[in-house]
Write a protein that binds this ligand. Structure first.
Ligand SMILES: Nc1nc2c(ncn2[C@@H]2O[C@H](COP(=O)(O)OP(=O)(O)O)[C@@H](O)[C@H]2O)c(=O)[nH]1
Ligand SMILES: [Mg+2]
Length: 222
């Protein structure tokens, strides 16, 4: 047994990832590009929120999108239809975007032409929370049909995010979702998180979210 060397693979992988993420953060800081890492469960509304955000941002804000999926190009196609530059990362089974993948995607983007770069991460509330992408801000979506108990089940995701967008508020009247209980659970994990209630279906709450995002981008560029 004395000759066995134990390698903690997860720690090694995360340490390597952190190094690349730090390089990306430095590069984007010098290029003045604000990168937003958007996470949620599958179907939470990431693509819908990206499209509503692109439509709601003031025209002077130059935006680009990196879409990540295990397979398929459907989300990048939807974004490209909005006339916005999009790159699709096919993760080939990986359940998250890591910094190495983003480095490849960034090479395909004209960073000089961007103020804001939104990354749609792979849909799940577990792995993406563990991998730093080099983003200036982490944002997650929780949609009403998923339930108000998710902060209890996936605490890390709620802890690492700067903002939580509660989406699909149009479902509230059909559900037992308790918004106050949700907020209490989230703020206990992360007292500084900003919480927005929106519906990408009705557009309710989208202006407050885009105003916050624009202010964050402007503060970053100063
Ligand atoms: N009722 C309702 N449906 C929504 C809302 N936002 C997104 N959806 C729908 O939820 C489904 C998944 O949305 P999508 O944006 O693809 O989620 P993603 O997998 O996280 O990118 C689609 O059918 C959307 O039309 C919302 O606010 N209300
Ligand atoms: Mg999507």
């Amino acid at each position: 047994m004395a000759n066995i060397r134990l390698i903690e693979v997860k720690e090694e992988i995360l340490a390597d990832n952190d190094k690349v993420a730090a390089e990306i953060r430095k590069q984007l800081r010098s290029r003045q590009v604000f990168m937003l890492n958007l996470m949620s469960s599958p179907g939470g509304g990431k693509t819908s929120l990206i499209i509503e955000t692109l439509r709601g941002l003031k025209p002077s804000m130059r935006a680009g999108v990196i879409e990540a999926d295990i397979d398929s190009m459907v989300d990048a196609e939807k974004v490209a239809q909005e006339g916005i530059p999009a790159v699709q990362l096919r993760t080939g089974g990986a359940c998250h975007v890591d910094a190495g993948m983003l480095e490849l995607a960034l090479r395909e983007m004209d960073l000089a032409a961007l103020d804001l770069l939104i990354v749609e991460n792979v849909g799940n509330l577990v792995c993406p929370a563990e991998f730093d992408t080099g983003a200036a801000r982490n944002v997650m979506i929780l949609s009403v049909p998923e339930g108000d108990d998710k902060p209890l089940k996936y605490p890390l995701m709620f802890t690492i995010c700067d903002a939580l967008v509660v989406n699909k508020t149009d479902y509230l009247k059909m559900s037992d979702f308790d918004m106050e209980a949700l907020k209490e659970r989230v703020l206990k994990l992360n007292p500084n998180i900003r919480i927005f209630e929106v519906s990408c279906r009705t557009g309710e709450g989208i202006p407050a979210w885009t105003e916050w995002l624009e202010a964050e981008v402007e503060a970053f560029k100063k």
